[in-house]
Design a protein around this ligand. Structure first.
Ligand SMILES: [Fe+2]
Length: 351
């Protein structure tokens, strides 16, 4: 390192850091609610959500598995717009699908889930409609730098050594380098990629930013990234239920996340997030479709098995309106058959 460079770093230690020309939070957010578009029937919305999820997985496969140099940005933009439209009409369909689908390759499903969850959380925080597709893209691309992490480290079935951990953490700066080759990348995408592992108390990486140094998109992404990572099956770690994941995140609310963000996310998802399986007080088993903003413990659910373990008719139950029925526990293990049964039942809901 030349003397001149050493002096430049002493004067400004951030001289060679990536800097994003972020959109100010006050521009991104509005107090006015986005007018809700006409709802489709749950059956139609769920069918649209299933098709969107399949397309999202295909896009993720294109970039992460085929490692295409020419990333299909036009398709991603169109997909992000359609995901936003589905979430605005009825977020229950895409949100419940995030936890019902159990795809084999974590990196692919995590990219799709984070895309959906980022836009849903941004919407909940009052982000203006025109920016929501960029939050979909930011969630989708937040781990794009993992393209450049050796596969044996990405798939390592255990705790990583300090050197391996460094290689893994390098995905953030490698991803930033990759995205900056593109023309007209939204600052929302750049912020989300760069800041999704930064922590409110400064203990994150790559730069150890803290508090307001972390971009708004980074704060949103940090929450949804951890939620999906904890509640997804991973080779080296036990999957926890969405309910448990929210509980763990709440414990870290003062260190890891921006103040109030985990609480806001819990308000969006409810105590029992969409796609969770819960035991009801009449002995039946149900899947959660959507949180009830009036009562976080009483979401909209769909019975999957009755008290004798028999299949049920696809009839949604708004527990907020049913005093005699309540949730008395969550299912800790999620057999894949139950998920696919629940998916078929949701697809058959008559409005
Ligand atoms: Fe990451």
């Amino acid at each position: 390192m030349e003397d001149r460079e050493i002096i430049a770093r002493i004067i400004n230690p951030y001289a060679d850091r990536y800097v994003v020309d972020s959109i100010p939070e006050r521009t991104l957010r509005s107090r006015n609610r986005i007018p809700a578009p006409a709802r489709l029937s749950m059956r139609a919305e769920f069918a649209a959500a299933c098709a969107l999820r399949d397309r999202g997985m295909e896009l993720a496969r294109n970039i992460f598995e085929e490692k295409r140099d020419l990333f299909p940005r036009t398709e991603l933009t169109a997909w992000a717009g359609e995901v936003t439209a589905s979430l605005l009409r009825n977020r229950a369909a895409l949100l419940s699908l995030c936890k019902l689908r159990c795809d084999d390759v974590y990196l692919l499903s995590h990219s799709v889930n984070t895309a959906v969850l980022s836009a849903a959380f941004a919407m909940h925080l009052g982000v203006r409609e025109e920016f929501l597709p960029d939050f979909v893209a930011a969630g989708f691309l937040h781990d794009v730098g993992k393209l450049f992490v050796p596969e044996h480290i990405l798939l390592y079935p255990g705790g990583l050594s300090p050197i391996q951990m460094e290689e893994m953490q390098a995905h953030v700066l490698k991803g930033q380098e990759f995205l900056r080759f593109w023309d007209n990348v939204s600052p929302i995408v750049l912020d989300g990629e760069l800041d999704h592992h930064e922590c409110h108390d400064g203990s994150g990486y790559p730069y150890g930013k803290s508090g307001k140094e972390i971009s708004f998109t980074g704060r949103v992404l940090a929450v949804v990234d951890m939620y999906d990572a904890m509640s997804s099956p991973r080779g080296y770690r036990k999957q926890v239920t969405p309910y448990r994941a929210l509980g763990c995140m709440y414990h870290e609310k003062d260190s890891h996340f921006a103040p109030g963000y985990p609480q806001a996310f819990i308000r969006l998802m409810g105590v029992y997030p969409p796609g969770s399986f819960v035991h009801l007080s009449d002995g039946s088993l149900a899947v959660v479709l959507e949180a009830d903003s009036r009562a976080g413990l009483r979401p909209l659910v769909l019975r999957v098995l009755d008290s004798r373990g028999q299949s049920c008719a696809p009839e949604p139950l708004a527990l907020g309106d049913m005093e005699h029925l309540e949730i008395c526990g969550t299912l800790w293990k999620l057999p894949s058959r139950l998920r696919s049964d629940a998916e078929k039942l949701i697809a058959g809901i008559e409005d």
